[in-house]
Write a protein of this length. Structure first.
Length: 378
């Protein structure tokens, strides 16, 4: 057992006076490019990061579900109860989707930063789904568990997210990005060897508000779905720039710009894969920056904190930078030469201080493996 395992098992035993039967973990994610297009049947290019959520679990021989996290207090939940708006909803949603009736003791701990747009919620859902799948021998595939986790967030939490976050958390491969077809869930591993190119993908946590279970995300998804209905196509995957231009008057300004982001972002994903395979990181950087401009201007999901972070990083030499995640706060990423990381961090800090914003946090994102069972007492 590793030091981390010893710590986790010790906490579980302290809370529940018993040993866990299973320990599973799942990572957060960074999306290199392909934002807000997973629910339009697009392609996305995320990778799992080296920050994980751990879930330890045992059957307790009752109908009671007892949950504890970190150093927080224990709470009991009922799977049949309504959502509460708390973190436990992500756990309960997965249990409901998998039809778990037997009582469980569950301990959650991890280091995926909350509220940073790195998908801590999907990491929790996927760790729970992986643990339950192993404990009860459901034998579901990684893709099936990703769909379970997405359904939990859609149906119980009330967040109409696409499949990207859960899919990469379940299926990622270390040292690779995952080209994911969000319609078919087909995946292609694309080597992400930044170290060989003396590059770092720096995550800049703006520490601005990051709440997607509100109107902003749902409104933009609804706009894309409305465009699809008006154009009579299966999804925006079937659209192109010419189709949108011809129908611009019918769509109106807002819907036209939302759809234009989706169409151009899908093309940027394919161009990014080409650039990565060719080792052309300058081209990748330009695509990343173009993605931010589209998210800022056409999709309107950026904010001052994100824009300043992107602008400051590029001004001191980042190859590219953009907001990641749902937007309205959260994090940006910057593709940076290793020797410039300190300068980028200083430039962003100075820009935030001048604007009166909270001091940002920084993380180095390394491509990690997806969800896995760490221990199973069988």
């Amino acid at each position: 057992m590793s030091f981390v395992g010893d710590e986790l098992f010790g906490e579980f035993n302290r809370r529940f006076d018993a040993e866990p039967e299973v320990w599973a973990s799942a990572p957060g994610r960074v999306n290199i490019i392909g934002e807000h297009i997973d629910y339009s049947d697009g392609w996305v290019l995320p990778f799992a990061i080296n920050y994980r959520t751990n879930v330890l679990m045992r059957r307790n021989g009752s109908s009671e579900f007892r949950l504890a996290s970190g150093s927080g207090s224990m709470t009991s939940v009922r799977v049949e109860a309504d959502a509460t708006g708390k973190w436990t909803d992500y756990v309960v949603g997965v249990l409901r989707e998998l039809g778990v009736a037997a009582g469980l003791d569950i301990y959650v701990s991890g280091d995926v930063p909350n509220g940073a747009g790195l998908s801590s919620s999907a990491a929790l859902e996927c760790a729970v789904a992986t643990a339950v799948n192993a404990l009860f021998g459901f034998e579901k595939s990684a893709a099936e568990l990703a769909l379970v986790a997405q359904a939990a967030e859609n149906n119980f939490v009330g967040m109409p997210c696409g499949i990207m976050d859960q899919a990469v958390s379940m299926m990622a491969i270390a040292e690779h990005a995952l080209l994911l077809d969000c319609r078919t869930l087909d995946t292609t591993a694309v080597p992400l060897e930044l170290g060989k190119a003396d590059l770092i993908l720096l995550v800049i946590d703006t520490r601005a508000k990051h709440e997607l279970v509100d109107g902003g995300y749902a409104e933009r998804r609804a706009a894309c779905e409305s465009v699809v209905q008006l154009l009579g196509i299966p999804s925006l995957r079937e659209a192109d720039a010419q189709l949108l231009k011809v129908n611009a008057a019918v769509l109106g300004d807002v819907r036209y710009r939302r759809a234009r982001h989706a169409v151009t972002e899908m093309q940027r994903v394919h161009d990014a894969v080409t650039a990565m395979r060719a080792g052309d990181f300058a081209a990748l950087g330009r695509l990343i920056t173009a993605s931010h401009a589209s998210l800022r201007d056409d999709y309107e999901v950026s904010c001052a904190e994100l824009d300043i972070a992107v602008e400051a990083a590029i001004a001191v030499g980042a190859l590219g930078a953009r907001m990641v995640g749902g937007g309205f706060g959260g994090s940006a990423i910057a593709l940076v030469r290793s020797g410039l990381v300190g300068q980028v961090q200083s430039a962003v800090r100075d820009a935030y201080a001048a604007a009166g914003f909270k001091e940002p946090r920084f993380f180095v994102a390394q491509a990690a493996d997806g969800a896995r069972v760490e221990f199973l007492d069988k």
